[in-house]
Design a protein around this ligand. Sequence first.
Ligand code: FAD
Ligand code: 2HG
Ligand code: ZN
Length: 490
Amino acid sequence: FSQDRYPHVKRGDYTSLDADHLNFFRGLLGEGRVLTKPEDCEAYNVDWIKNVRGYSRCVLKPKTTEEVSGILAFCNERRIAVCPQGGNTGLVGGSVPVFDEVVLSTALMNEIISTNDTSGVLVCQAGCILESLDSHLANHGLMMPLDLGAKGSCHIGGNVSTNAGGLRLLRYGNLQGSVLGLEAVKANGEILDCLSTLKKDNTGYHLKHLFIGSEGTLGIVTKVAIQCPPKPKAVNLAFLGERKYIILTFTSNCVDSFETVLKIVRKAKRELSEILSSCEMMDELTMDVVVSHLKLKSPLPQHPFYMIIETHGSNENHDEEKMNTFLQNIMDEKLVLNGTATSEVSKMKNIWDIRERITEALDRDGYVFKYDISLPIQNFYSLVPAMQERLGTSAKRICGYGHLGDGNLHLNIIVGEFTQDILNKIEPFVYQFTSQLKGSISAEHGIGFRKPKYMHYSKSETSIRLMKELKVLMDPRGILNPYKVLPENK
Ligand code: FAD
Ligand code: 2HG
Ligand code: ZN
């Protein structure tokens, strides 16, 4: 493995794998669930956007909590580093090894344990794929409380470990609220059963929160209990019709029209209130990247901004009336110059495809610098023109899109190829800008491998110190996902 690929990171003093270790793993899991051939390990070593690569020579695929426990107890005793991996769709380099850490993949931990139609609580293993869970729940009149473009690959354990947000957080809240309980394995192999399915439980510290969003650095999540909302009543007809969207576009200049976007957000929140399920935006250059690389067709001519507003409800007539009134009002106030509304399933799918496949399209455009920023809503878009002015023509494309309703901007800067010079122009400026506006340098993707040294732009020294103390308490030998999340001691 290469020491010089990441000059700022030194391999920790971890034990390198030998034949005896591999024999132990084979004894525990069986031959087929211990991958050691380089070609078999390759996909587990490279992240989704191919920004980060590790050199692990061993991928383990447990099926049960007890097997995870056996692996961790063994690794902890010998100080073998472990990188937990779900669907490997993470965007901050947290899911792949940095050096030769053993990859512990949850791909085979994909059993649904129970579904309670009355309480709406789903209990399942961590390796269940988000989309499969949603399809399963549809049969129970329920749905997953989160949805994201990576749904076909990401695992619920990965979602919980990153505290993933997604397209409907606005309506269904974040996972810290929806996860009722979980089971996790500590670094020393001890199994921690916090798998409560109760909505209310105030007995002592809420230990589950240690694992929600800690990106595999404090333990491995093996099971989760999630509160799932009912699918709207019209669901069966309405897989086609339950969701409505409108696309609104603006033709005035950038700044003015973003002011208009904000007015619409405010109106949507007030007028659509309880049925509003998503409020997303993308700018012109984002639409352009999708249209040019994925050959998807934009439903509207070119405009500086596009929005998707979606409603989820239980009464078709009521929802339609509300949406129409909202639409009429924003037309009357001339906030919208062009738009279309539909409940036709294929058209809705086309729109969501455009939105959900932006990351894929950006990936094909060149080398991507990716930023996932929370900003106060009135400053939501300000970082994009600031960056455009700063970088000028040295970037191929600087575009912004994201979860407008939640104040979460995805800033993507695309260049022909990576240079240190351009990186120096972007960072730390992007984080300083965010910090000055009291934003967050990671709204939903996490810190992973790419951002630990910037954590201080969003967290106080005292908070970071406490995080480090927790890490020492939970994982004293530092075997779990080393080099990730926490900044190095200076
Ligand atoms: P991985 O990528 O495998 O791992 C992510 C992190 O969690 C790593 O640090 C890993 O070590 C750790 N981990 C994984 N499983 C476990 C476990 N069982 N126990 C402990 N630690 C574990 N994210 C959003 O928040 N919102 C979005 O809208 C969104 N859209 C996306 C769209 C696309 C096309 C892509 C590629 C990614 C998107 N993401 C989004 C990012 C990513 O999908 C999420 O972070 C997702 O939750 C990661 O799940 P995963 O199973 O792929 O985890
Ligand atoms: C999304 O909302 C994801 O589509 C990915 O969080 C964001 O690629 C990105 O920048
Ligand atoms: Zn997102």
